[in-house]
Design a protein around this ligand. Structure first.
Ligand SMILES: *Cc1c(COP(=O)(O)O)cnc(C)c1O
Length: 490
């Protein structure tokens, strides 16, 4: 968790430093009053410890409410990382699962799918997303399935065009040297997207190792895959996050390996989207078939990318983490076929009992072994800098004294097996469409409208305030004139 150095704060913001000191003095006395003769607790809870200011503790103390943003994460906050604070301020901790706005993430970015929905269930879903449940009735309908698949395919053409023209490959100085390839024909190409900030716990590393396993399998047997696949990874790394940048380099080198192989690239292509942002999300999400939500369980607070992809008809391959758990419950296990990996409990247990032994798994599974070895055998790295970076990544997985904190190899096995199930379902395209429509229809709980209503009640304690009629009239008029909202005529 974020800590700020006290000396640095004192020299940059002396007044703020004084205020924080004062707050901490009062707080420590408050702890002593509530729990007499428990200096150990004061030491655990103090805002300033070893010359570092604990920013999360300061935030909890000063805030009226602390929201865990999904059920699992709220439980972890209350019973693990902020246990003492929950004991002292039980009423501060609340749980309101995050949501997304269906106006931007469906109506705005996927006009054709929006029309598809409105033609079947009317346009009330735009303002009341509970209406989306009615779409489930059409999941079995052949015409609906065909139309859905056609819309997905058209969106893929837009994405492919974007990749071809507007997502260059650059050299170390940022000069454009090439563009990523895409399949000439988008038909039947599984678009497999992992788009989110770069972080070890989000495990872009695991996804890329899986791409290498596929590379090796196709290389050995070109008929080994049931479907063509375009893997898209997009994400930014914080400027000082060294490992995240090495993982981006790994993605880049694996993409080069796959795309430049004449045999493999007939079946598999791999694209890294530079400078991932909302505008790019709005192009990628409507085209995605598969949504990768593969965090180490217990680390992803909620996720919202998972929701954006799901309401656009992507199926999720995901761990039991954050809001994925609640999405599975809402969509039902029947229509959520690609759950995989260790649970948060299992991860906790392995960490506590030190039973995770990546080296054993590495030795037992040749396909994993082979992919990981490519980090150091010169298959990827072409110069000293690249070689050193790949070696550092290798050591995170199997070379260090302590096993990888994000359990990449542990879950890579079940990720690999689950990806085979993805291929099996994808070749039955109507069945896939049935699943996709069920996923959209199950997402009614995840609109930000509902989230904002809940905040109004339990955080801000405010009642709805009716708009001035002239403002409502003006906004309604503007809303109807906006071209992207033309399906919304009430
Ligand atoms: C939604 C969104 C995110 C969050 O994605 P997660 O998969 O929930 O981490 C990050 N960046 C952009 C640009 C987004 O649109």
């Amino acid at each position: 968790m974020e800590e700020w150095n006290e000396m640095r704060l004192q020299s940059l913001l002396p007044r703020q430093h004084k205020i924080i000191q004062k707050i901490n003095e009062k707080f420590c006395n408050q702890i002593r009053e509530k729990y007499p003769n428990d200096e150990e607790r004061v030491r655990r809870m103090t805002l300033i410890c070893n010359g570092q200011i604990r920013m999360a503790y300061l935030a909890i103390l000063c805030c009226k409410r602390v929201n865990g943003v999904a059920y699992l994460h709220t439980e972890i906050l209350k019973h693990e990382i902020f246990k003492d604070f929950f004991e002292m301020f039980p009423n501060k901790f609340i749980h309101i699962t995050n949501g997304i706005t269906p106006r931007r993430w469906l109506l705005g970015c996927n006009i054709e799918l929006s029309k598809f929905i409105t033609n079947r269930i009317g346009n009330k879903w735009i303002r009341d997303f509970h209406e989306i449940s009615k779409l489930k009735e059409f999941a079995k309908d052949k015409t609906a399935q065909e139309e859905f698949l056609k819309i997905k395919d058209d969106n893929k053409k837009v994405l492919f065009d974007f990749i071809k023209k507007e997502n260059p490959i650059r050299d170390y100085k940022g000069r454009i040297i090439d563009h990523y390839p895409v399949f000439e024909d988008s038909t039947g190409v599984l678009v497999d997207a992992q788009i989110k900030r770069m972080h070890e716990y989000k495990r872009q590393f695991m996804n890329t190792l899986h791409a290498l396993i596929l590379f090796n399998e196709i290389k050995k047997d070109p008929t080994s895959r049931k479907t063509k696949r375009l893997i898209v990874i997009g994400g930014k790394a914080a400027p000082g996050y060294d490992i995240a940048k090495k993982i981006i380099l790994f993605i880049f080198l694996v993409a080069k390996k796959i795309n430049n192989d004449p045999e493999v690239s007939k079946h598999l292509k791999f694209v890294f989207i530079e400078n991932y942002n909302v505008s790019k999300a709005e192009i990628i999400i409507p085209a995605a078939d598969l949504s990768s939500q593969i965090s180490t369980a217990g680390y992803e607070a909620s996720g919202t990318g998972n929701m954006k992809l799901s309401i656009n008809g992507a199926l999720t391959i995901g761990t039991e983490d954050g809001a994925n758990i609640e999405m599975r419950e809402a969509i039902s296990d029947e229509w959520w076929p690609f759950s995989f990996g260790s649970s948060a409990e299992e991860i906790k247990k392995m960490r506590k009992e030190k039973t995770y032994n990546p080296l054993d798994l590495y030795i037992q599974h040749p396909h994993i072994h082979k992919a990981i070895d490519m980090l150091k055998d010169g298959s990827l790295a072409k110069n000293e800098h690249e070689h050193q970076a790949m070696l550092d990544l290798y050591n995170i997985l199997v070379g260090g004294d302590t096993p990888d904190k994000y359990f990449v190899i542990k879950d890579l096995l079940s990720f690999y097996e689950t990806q085979k199930k993805v291929e099996d379902l994808y070749i039955d395209k109507y069945k896939w469409a049935e699943f996709a429509i069920h996923n959209i229809g199950g997402m009614s709980r995840f609109s930000s409208d509902e989230v904002i209503n809940n905040y109004a009640k339990s955080v801000w304690e405010i009642d709805p305030c009716p708009l001035e009629p002239y403002i409502l009239e003006r906004v309604t008029k503007e809303y109807q004139e906006t071209t992207i909202c033309f399906v919304a005529k009430p």
